[in-house]
Design a protein around this ligand. Structure first.
Ligand code: ADP
Ligand code: MG
Length: 679
């Protein structure tokens, strides 16, 4: 029978329309998808306890004969119970099953089975509530799969077993040279052993190989995109004096800022399109680098555009750039979604005519009818908030644009390599002088009143503060809005009667948000109650306290970003985290934030705890989902995979050759997932 790995999952015995739909929910459409649905863990059936020795309170496997099956006992509607007595040479045990008529019916009195579960009862009378049942000839390590409602591990493993028996020898997607050089087991061995391992060692080797493979193809995919970008030539920019720019600044740039600016200018003069990431902790002054790059480009006769993830941030950048660059003859413009159609039309006309040199905006810039006369430089702020596609979409409005992206999210180096594998990196590792360290405290809500007094004292001195509440911004329900809105109103009527309180959240109309932000900047609003919309980039040096309610609802990096909203001037600043969480892990996490202001350390800690998906917000990094690799903890495999991918691309940049067919297919699939095309 012709059997292909891309055969529809419904081809398997027992998988009809209904189960097919359940499999689709897990992203499984073909036999290959199923084989790549790896177990989360295994149930160890290799250590069998005597009933007498099995310790109460621990999860064990026993081998026992069924002696007696009790009848069905109805506890209440929808809940029935079966008790089964079983024994081995050392003693007896009671097994309790709920709603498991078929399981119990299948047990034969007098036959032996493996039962797995937590030993309950007492030393004298042991029991297992809801044991898993395995036949005696089970593999020693029984897989446990990620599930969806309606699919059980038993169904999945039966389907996997059938697929494996039909499939014959599975074709090897990794180039054989890589396999050899990195001493990895073959695909066929690895897939069989990840599902039904012969031994613990075989499972570990299989897992490592599959992690390697996943990271290898990811590196290869990103590497092949990079190769394509480097191939283009552009007219080099001409060096010109930056003295007018530097001498008009209200402050002395830091060395790190100067170096980053030099990097970008060198890139733009190189004859290849710049592709650079400026990575710097919150408050390190990345905007200045953007301003310098734009200035350099515009004085060279090109247009520049800068995209920010929120209207608030775009407006702020517009004001900054206006202040820095307008006196130097640069015409700065702002385009956002909330402008009137007439204003937009007019602005677009100017842009196309080349009457705007630096165009700042939100993703409104990406709409089709936004056209430039001569766009040569594209800057993206808070890059991790945009997908790979959005980042490239703006650049496509010019020809072979220079690309500069900025991110305040400090990412561990290895992860940066994966995500930004196609970017050069400048790190701003120095804060402007005179910054006061931000003191951070973790308190329970019993001390909230004191915290509010503390804030009040600062407001009375003419300073400002933020209070942030967590809020689910997804979904259509506006129920989630109530906390922040209600809280603002509550504060205005109680603790902060007579003070000017503002409210800011993601569901407000853009113009409204801008007005609130402008009033806060101008000092008219003293206390801003907000959701995480203030998280990125907002810069109000007079705001010196950040209080976060329910701090345990946020990721560490996110809290670090929030904290970065204060401490931006020379006045000592404070960050107060309120949490009543009793979970020791949560408390440890929040305490870590109190102990350090090093964004890099925090990011690594966060990454370890939460994994990259959560770390960036779901899938915001634009990477395809990893099935088995953990970008945070599989660092050594990642490095090996990356090295192998780079070497292969050097020798065979287009992955030519018939033996590379499967490799090419894997790369194409991945690039497809992130919206890129292969070489
Ligand atoms: P971020 O890197 O977080 O985007 P910004 O560019 O918003 O930081 O800069 C933060 C604040 O620091 C701004 O108010 C900016 O004017 C100020 N700033 C930037 N560079 C310097 C410097 N070299 N000396 C003093 N202040 C600076
Ligand atoms: Mg910024």
């Amino acid at each position: 029978m012709a059997f292909q790995l891309d055969t529809d999952i419904r081809f398997l015995k027992g998988v009809g329309e209904r189960r097919g739909i359940l499999y689709h929910k897990l992203g499984i459409y073909t036999i290959e998808d199923l084989l790549r649905h790896y177990p989360r863990r295994y149930i160890d059936l290799s250590h069998i306890y005597d009933i007498k020795e099995a310790p109460v309170g621990t999860v064990c496997t026993i081998r026992a004969r069924v002696d007696f099956k009790g009848g069905e006992q109805r506890i209440r509607k929808g809940l029935s119970l079966f008790k089964v007595q079983a024994s081995d040479e050392t003693g007896g045990i009671t097994l309790t099953f709920f709603n498991a008529k078929y399981t119990v019916e299948a047990l034969k009195v007098g036959s032996e089975y493996l039962f797995h579960g937590r030993i309950g009862g007492s030393f004298l009378h042991k029991e297992i509530s809801v044991p898993s049942v395995y036949p005696l000839d089970s593999t020693q390590f029984s897989p446990v799969y990620p599930l969806t409602a309606g699919l059980t591990t038993k169904m999945i493993s039966a389907n996997v077993r059938q697929a494996l028996s039909l499939a014959g020898s599975l074709p090897e997607p990794l180039p054989l040279a890589v396999l050899k050089a990195c001493k990895l087991p073959e695909y066929d061995f690895s897939v069989r052993n990840i599902h039904f391992p012969q031994s613990e060692e075989a499972a570990a080797a299989a897992r490592r190989r599959l992690i390697f493979e996943e990271l290898f193809f990811l590196s290869l995919a990103l590497g092949s995109v990079r190769g394509r970008k480097e191939a283009v030539n552009v007219t080099p920019m001409q060096p010109l004096s930056m003295v007018p720019f530097y001498s008009s600044l209200p402050f002395e740039p830091t060395n790190a800022q100067r170096n980053a600016i030099d990097d970008t200018i060198k890139d733009m003069c190189s004859g290849k399109p710049m592709n650079r990431l400026i990575q710097g902790d919150v408050g390190s002054g990345k905007t200045l680098v953007a301003a310098a790059a734009a200035y350099f480009m515009i004085k060279n006769g090109g247009q520049a555009s800068m995209m920010a993830p929120t209207e608030i941030l775009a407006a702020q950048h517009y004001n900054t750039m206006q202040k820095l660059l307008a006196p130097l003859g640069v015409r700065v413009g702002l385009l956002t979604g909330s402008m009137t159609p007439a204003a937009k039309r007019n602005f677009k006309k100017q842009l196309l005519a080349g009457e705007v040199d630096l165009c700042i905006g939100t993703h409104a810039l990406l709409t089709g009818d936004v056209e430039f006369k001569n766009l040569r430089l594209v800057i993206t702020d808070e890059q991790h908030r945009f997908g790979v596609n959005q980042r490239t979409a703006l650049a496509q409005k010019g020809q072979n644009c220079h690309v500069l992206v900025m991110s305040a999210t400090p990412i561990p180096r290895t992860l940066a390599l994966i995500i930004y594998g196609d970017l050069d990196l400048s790190v701003i590792d120095e804060l402007p002088p005179g910054r006061q360290p931000i003191a951070t405290y973790l308190i329970g809500s019993s001390k909230r009143a004191r915290a509010m007094n503390f804030i009040k004292k600062h407001l009375d001195q003419g300073l400002q503060a933020y209070i942030v509440c967590p809020l689910v911004e997804q979904g259509e329900t506006d129920l989630g809005l109530k906390p922040a809105a209600d809280y603002a109103e509550h504060l205005a009527n109680t603790d902060f009667k007579g003070y000017n309180i503002g409210l800011l959240h993601g569901k407000m109309r853009p113009a409204e948000k801008e007005r609130v932000m402008a009033e806060f900047k101008a000092g008219q609003i003293q206390l801003l109650v907000s959701t995480t919309v203030v998280e990125v980039g907002v810069d109000v040096p007079n705001a010196v306290i950040m209080l976060v309610e329910d701090a345990d609802h946020f990721g560490l990096s996110q809290l670090h970003q929030l904290r970065g909203r204060v401490g931006r001037g020379s006045i000592p600043s404070h960050c107060i985290l309120i949490s009543d969480s009793q979970n020791p892990e949560t408390t440890a996490r929040l305490k870590a934030l109190c102990d350090t202001t090093d964004g890099f350390k925090i990011a690594e800690y966060d990454l370890k705890l939460r994994g990259p998906g959560d770390f960036f917000g779901s899938r915001q990094h634009g990477l395809p989902e990893m099935k088995i690799a953990d970008l945070a903890s599989d660092m050594d495999v990642l490095q090996a995979a990356q090295k192998a991918a780079t070497q292969l691309l050097e020798q065979n940049p287009h992955l030519d050759g018939t033996d590379m067919e499967l490799t090419r297919k894997m790369v194409a699939k991945l690039l497809n997932a992130v919206g890129e095309r292969p070489n």
